[in-house]
Design a protein. Structure first.
Length: 212
């Protein structure tokens, strides 16, 4: 029994192009197209998903934070990033945070099929990253080492949530939130929430121009 493929992108023409490549690389699967991250989450949450292709910059997306959230909530589902961003830091971040592939939207269809076929065969596929500063690479590696709970808390902190609100949303005690925050500071090498949020904001990096 084969599973489903979820294509998440807010551009219909791009979804159609990805769908054509998916149907060749992953034949016989049901393909579901969605236009936002919330719909993608709902579809993946239904189960039986073999692959998610994800645009990082839909209306309700937050760059690499969106990838991080999907990876922590659905660790068994391979995720292929299809992005308009050409930023080397975004490509590096996608790899560090557990994506199976990164396909630039500018890639020709044969290259897109090559990447999707590689993932179908259990492999990874990434284009050359280009130059990434030492500091950026270090911060991305630190973020990648956070536990799922720590990543979730850092995302909520980045949204301006207080410890009490985080505790309520995650159904844990405030003391547990504080313990996680202490661990987050230590892993990121920072001393306060503001510094932690500045590093986390790197996951929002390289938002493409409007219409990209």
């Amino acid at each position: 029994m084969t599973g489903r493929i979820v294509i998440a992108d807010d551009h219909p023409l791009l979804r159609a192009a990805v769908r054509g490549c998916v149907e060749q690389s992953w034949p016989g699967r049901d393909v579901v197209e969605v236009a936002d991250a919330a719909s993608a989450r709902a579809e993946v949450g239904r189960g039986d998903v073999e692959l998610l292709t994800l645009d990082l910059h839909m209306a309700d997306s937050a760059g690499l934070q969106t990838l991080m959230a999907f990876r922590q909530d659905f660790p068994a589902v391979p995720i292929v990033i299809v992005s308009a961003s050409e930023d080397a830091k975004v490509r590096r971040g996608a790899r560090e945070l557990g994506a199976a592939a990164f396909i630039p939207k500018s890639a020709p269809l044969p290259l897109m099929r090559e990447a999707l076929t590689a993932v179908a065969e259990g492999d990874y596929w990434f284009p050359e990253e280009g130059e990434v500063t030492e500091q950026d690479a270090s911060n991305l590696e630190k973020l990648a080492r956070l536990t799922p709970a720590q990543r979730r808390i850092l995302t909520l902190v980045s949204e301006g949530k207080l410890n009490k609100q985080i505790a309520h949303e995650m159904d844990i005690s405030e003391a547990t939130v504080k313990a996680h925050m202490t661990a987050i500071f230590r892993r990121l090498g920072v001393v306060n929430r503001t510094q932690a949020v500045l590093i986390a904001k790197e996951l929002d990096a390289a938002v493409p121009p409007a219409g990209a």
